[in-house]
Structures are given as C-alpha cells and as structure tokens.
Design a protein around this ligand. Structure first.
Ligand SMILES: [Zn+2]
Ligand SMILES: [Zn+2]
Ligand SMILES: [Zn+2]
Length: 324
C-alpha cells in the first residue's frame, strides 16, 4: 500500500454535519450541479454531452438518489411506479440468467433507485467469473481513454447460484451504485485509481472546488466504497424490504472494510451511526487507535462477522426473488 495518499485521509469527520464548511449548499454551489433539481441535466431523457457527466458532489448525489426512494411507494414518481410494477411482474428468475432478463432488471433498478440517470451502460455475462475469481460481478470503464466514464460496463456471472450468500440482483445493484456515482460525481478517479495508478497519476475532481480533492478519499474512497457509496448502498438495503418486498444485501460493509484496509476512508462515529449502526463497537478503535487499519480489522474479526439480525431473516430462494 505504498501509494496510499495519506494526505487525503481525513483526520476528523468530514461528513456534511461535522464539516459543513467543506460543502457548498447544493442549491447555490458554483462548483457542482445540484442533483436535487428535477430539471438537472442528468434527469432528462436526452443524450448527454461529455461535459454533462461528473458534475455533482458525491454525497449530494447519493442523497438525491436516496431521497427518491426513501419515501412511501405511493409517493414514487410515475416512472418509479411503472418500473416497480414491471419488476414485480417479471417471472421467477431461472438459472442461468439470460441477457434480456438481466437488461430488464437493470432498466427497472435504474428507474427505481438511480433517478433513471444511468446512461450508456453495457453489460456482459461471464459464465466462469465466479469460478475464476472471487467476484461475482464488477463494473469497469473500458472506454476510459477516449470518452472515459461515459461507457461503463457491468460484468457479472449469469449463474444465479454463483454466490451462495448473495443473489444476482444484489450484485447488479451493488455495481449500479458504482456506475451511478462514477458517471455523475465530480471525482474522476472512477473510485479505482489506487489499484492501477501511481500517486502522481491521481486525478483531481473536475469541479474546481478546493475541498473535493481533500474529501475524495473519504467520500469516493480508494476502492469506490467510500462514504457516498455507503450512503446510497445502505439506503437501498434499508429500503429493500419496503420497496422490493424482501431484504437485499449490497455488501456495503464489505466495501467499507476494503476502504479501512486501504487506510483510505475510515468510517467516523457519524458514519457508523448513519450507515452501520450494528458495527458501533468499532467506533473507539477506528477513531482513536494508533494501530494500522489492517491491525484494527484483524483484531476485530469477530465483530466484523455479519450482524445476527440478517441471519435470522433468511433471504428468499432465488427462484422467488422477483415475485411480488
Ligand atoms: Zn460527522
Ligand atoms: Zn467536486
Ligand atoms: Zn464494489
């Protein structure tokens, strides 16, 4: 981890509540597009220009998406309601999942959870992915040189049993959170720069804000699982039963662990309280320990086991996951 940019690691909590001076008011922030504005460009159905991507502050973006589904389903937009109805009317998932079925699920999730904003998303089914790697899916941006973030690709294993403790819709949702944040937040690193870039190649957020470069390791994270990811992914997890009729695990905490191990985003008391209340035991150690992040995580391996509540609520069998 020699290239960890320590200078970007927050020493105090950089959430909006604790460090409001680091954030503009989304409504008047001159550096960012306001994602709460329903006429904001990315909410239109028109084709977007390159210059219209990556223009929102990451946390404001995550909050705008969360607010759209953290309300009673009866107050959903017409597009959200239509997508939810179509999703509920899909036949049970068969194994392996086919391209048309995957395309339909992604389309509906985009409307329900991501403001219908995700653009130009291609996806690929890779039947041997789970067998050849530890991942059941990943998002990447193959056309990053010419047009960078505009052409994300989601790759996942079509075997709905590829991950015994997860389901394929959770994988799709997890990767869609990455794609949404990467396409529209001002961080241009795609959340993955540390894995293949040297520190000198680190790209500044393109908003021109003097605070975003300081916030990027916390809010975007070095693996793409920083505070903005945690905020949106845990909002989906909290809403899943109410909206989709069943619990769904986007592995938001596993992402946070990656961040802690990278010595990047270290969740603050507010973050644990807001996103991971069952991990509150870690609070003092994360905030005050002089141990390395890796030592903290391994010392608390027991606490990092899945919370008991999710074990007592079995996830429905895969063949029934799309049932209303
Ligand atoms: Zn805070
Ligand atoms: Zn910014
Ligand atoms: Zn991820």
């Amino acid at each position: 981890m020699a290239c960890t940019p320590d200078s970007f690691r927050a020493l105090t909590c950089t959430c909006r509540a604790c460090s409001p001076h680091m954030y503009g008011d989304p409504a008047i922030d001159p550096h960012h597009v306001n994602p709460n504005n329903p006429r904001t460009h990315f909410r239109t159905r028109r084709k977007l220009e390159r210059s219209q991507f990556q223009r929102c502050e990451p946390l404001a973006l995550a909050h705008a998406a969360s607010a759209s589904f953290e309300r009673d389903v009866s107050n959903f937009s017409a597009r959200q309601k239509a997508a939810l109805e179509k999703l509920n009317n899909m036949p049970p998932l068969l194994n392996p999942i086919t391209r048309p079925v995957a395309a339909e699920i992604i389309k509906h999730f985009n409307e329900i959870f991501f403001l219908g904003a995700i653009r130009n998303l291609k996806f690929k089914l890779q039947p041997d992915l789970a067998r050849k790697s530890s991942a059941v899916g990943y998002a990447h941006f193959p056309r990053r040189d010419a047009s960078r973030i505009m052409y994300p690709e989601l790759v996942f294993d079509p075997d709905t049993r590829a991950s015994p403790d997860n389901d394929i819709t959770a994988t799709i949702l997890h990767e869609c959170v990455h794609v949404f944040l990467s396409q529209f937040s001002c961080d241009t690193s795609d959340g993955f720069y540390i894995w293949y870039k040297a520190p000198q190649d680190f790209q500044l957020p393109n908003c021109g804000s003097s605070e975003c470069p300081i916030l990027v390791a916390d809010n975007s994270g070095l693996t793409g699982h920083g505070r903005a990811f945690a905020s949106l992914a845990t909002a989906i997890e909290r809403s899943a039963r109410r909206v989709l009729g069943r619990p769904i695990d986007l592995c938001a905490w596993m992402g946070a662990e990656d961040e802690i191990l990278m010595d990047a985003w270290r969740p603050s008391p507010c973050d644990l309280n807001n996103f991971f209340p069952s991990r509150a035991e870690l609070l003092n150690d994360l905030m005050t320990s002089t141990l390395s992040a890796r030592a903290i995580v391994s010392a608390f391996a027991d606490l990092l086991a899945p919370p008991a509540t999710s074990e007592s609520e079995p996830i429905p069998a895969l063949t029934t996951v799309m049932a209303p």
